[in-house]
Design a protein around this ligand. Structure first.
Ligand SMILES: [Zn+2]
Length: 181
């Protein structure tokens, strides 16, 4: 038997026909024998079609997510006014190393079924004659869960001397939806 001729032939793994060693497709049963070509349907599915399908699905999911943001935006606090209420507030004058500060501390409660974050407060300061002498806005990076209380502290830079600040009126101007952003 001629060994060099024998090495140039092999049997097809699909139909057992003796075929040329270098054949990429079996000449008898037309099965692909090489995985080095994208024309092999198995290689095409694994290396081209499958990754492409995954990309299309991911892009579709991202697109749907964006659409959802457009058509159902995060709720605005203005539509839920009054759901956060201030239970208690106090102010304290403190001389810090960076100058005087008015620390406004208090407690808020969330009466809504939604979680809110970063509440913004409007502070009005009055003197002993009940005249408004200063105003400031303050916010804190807290999250207040549905039907829950949360304590807060605002640090405000006073414009006037400590004897001008007799009382405080605090209101909540806005907050941000946790489910948004
Ligand atoms: Zn074959």
């Amino acid at each position: 038997m001629d060994t060099s001729e024998h090495r140039e032939q092999r049997s097809c793994p699909h139909c057992a026909e003796v075929i040329p060693f270098a054949a990429k497709i079996c000449p008898r049963c037309r099965q692909w024998l090489s995985f080095r070509s994208f024309r092999n349907p198995t290689v095409f599915v694994l290396c081209v079609l499958f990754p492409m399908t995954i990309s299309v699905v991911l892009m579709g999911a991202w697109f749907l997510h964006q659409m959802q943001k457009v058509f159902s935006p995060a709720p605005y606090y203005s539509d839920f006014q009054g759901s956060i209420q201030i239970l208690d507030s106090k102010m304290r004058w403190v001389e810090t190393s960076e100058g005087p500060r008015l620390f406004v501390t208090g407690l808020i409660t969330n009466r809504s079924q939604m979680a809110w974050k970063r509440p913004e407060f409007e502070c009005r300061f009055f003197n002993s004659k009940k005249q408004m002498v200063d105003a400031a806005t303050g916010y804190t990076y807290l999250t207040i869960l549905p039907e829950n209380d949360s304590a807060f502290r605002l640090s405000i830079k006073p414009l006037l001397s400590s004897n001008e600040y007799d009382s405080l009126k605090l209101s909540l101007s806005t907050a941000y939806s946790v489910h948004g952003l």
